[in-house]
Design a protein around this ligand. Structure first.
Ligand code: FES
Ligand SMILES: [Fe+2]
Length: 384
């Protein structure tokens, strides 16, 4: 692969790479510049976000055939649509005629997808079906023009429970292979039983890598999250790194009771199970799983210094969304949203500090920051 001044070697020299490859306790992290340089963010967009499996959507938001939702992945407009057979597909959101967006907002139960510029119309599987006046007034066909050659371009996608992943380049290893170590860690939880209860959006004025690294590191719990640390002492977490899975896991890390009414729990767990798993699938998907809830966190990197993030809260079975459990659900939501708000302030300070001429590559605790170190090594590997 060509790797000239615009490639990775234009940003990271051999000495920096060697520093990153040392054992965690003596390694030197990614240079501060790589968190604030728009040119490096462009490289990440083209090489990393486009070539990996990015989480980009939620099945529960398009529950019926004909429901469609546009979004951006690696800077490219795409959309998800649920087909007549109820499976979800992703397409590039660009009309093959003159290049308008085809889906410019959420759609419900559409019979077909119609580009509003000149009315080209596609079925839910992306095939071009109507081309108004194409061959003359009132004449939708034209000699030598084969509609079958002008359908929407599909995007490679995979669905895992509620979460929709896309690989824009089409070249990433199969999703099931990438997911395996992550999925193995969730095997004891019946994720099929989850129902979506709440979404919380955040806009964080910080580079996406800071947001990911923060999730993978427990050393800041006593200083930034005293309440969380009281329930889940940082020293009791195990660091786990296995392929695209990066995680911190604690066996007894959740309050025994969130509120007076206990929520339904995952079937098959021991009654005293209070395990909290904090699992990340490189690069932008994370789950926190407890015995009676699951929270997903997805980052949508918008610019070198702006990361949009969504937290989605799931509970066990439709009954868990009834009024009876409102107080308990809200206690869980408030706990996690409050914890994230504690993080946002420090993440934005970290971003500001990385513009300093004195900012260098960070150093790591060889005990607590092994997973952060692995994350940074994944970033570099993904850019090659
Ligand atoms: S650009 Fe879509 S119909 Fe013309
Ligand atoms: Fe935190």
């Amino acid at each position: 692969m060509r790797d000239g001044a615009d490639g990775l070697s234009g940003f990271i020299d051999a000495e920096t790479l060697a520093g990153l490859e040392r054992p965690t306790g003596s390694a030197r992290g990614l240079p501060a510049r790589l968190y604030v340089d728009p040119a490096f963010f462009r490289l990440e967009t083209e090489r990393l976000f486009a070539r990996t499996w990015m989480c980009a959507g939620y099945a529960h938001e398009i529950p019926e055939p004909g429901d469609a939702l546009p979004t951006l992945v690696a800077g490219a407009p795409i959309f998800f649509v649920r087909g007549r057979d109820r499976t979800i597909c992703a397409f590039h959101n660009v009309c093959p005629h003159r290049g308008n967006l085809v889906v410019h907002g959420p759609q419900q139960a559409a019979a077909a997808l119609r580009c509003r510029y000149h009315g080209w119309t596609f079925d839910l599987a992306g095939a071009l079906t109507i081309t108004p006046h194409w061959g003359g007034y009132g004449e939708t066909r034209a000699a030598g023009f084969d509609r079958a050659c002008h359908g929407l371009a599909p995007v490679r996608m995979a669905q895992w429970h509620d979460w929709l992943f896309v690989n824009l380049s089409g070249t990433a290893p199969p999703f099931a292979d990438v997911l395996r170590p992550f999925a193995d860690r969730t095997a004891e939880y019946a994720l099929d039983d989850l129902v979506h209860g709440h979404s919380a959006p955040f806009a964080i004025a910080a580079n996406w890598k800071l947001v990911e690294e923060n999730f993978l590191e427990v050393l800041h719990l006593p200083t930034i999250h005293p309440a969380l640390n009281a329930a889940a002492p940082f020293q009791n977490h195990a660091m786990v790194s296995d392929g695209a899975l990066l995680a911190t896991i604690i066996d007894v890390g959740l309050p025994a009771q969130w509120d007076e009414v206990a929520l339904p729990r995952f079937p098959g767990l021991a009654p005293d199970n209070r395990t909290a798993k904090n699992l990340a699938l490189f690069p932008n998907f994370k789950l926190i799983i407890g015995p009676d809830h699951c929270v997903s966190m997805v980052e949508f990197p918008e610019g070198v210094g702006l990361t949009r993030q969504r937290w989605d809260f799931y509970f066990l079975g439709k009954d868990s969304l009834t009024l009876r459990y409102t107080g308990t659900r809200q206690a869980i939501i408030d706990f996690f949203v409050g914890t994230n708000q504690e993080d946002v302030g420090v993440l934005e300070d970290m971003q500001r500090a990385r513009t300093s001429p004195a900012a260098r590559g960070n150093v790591f605790s060889g005990v607590w920051e092994t997973v952060v170190h692995d994350f940074q090594r994944h970033v570099v590997a993904g850019l090659r």
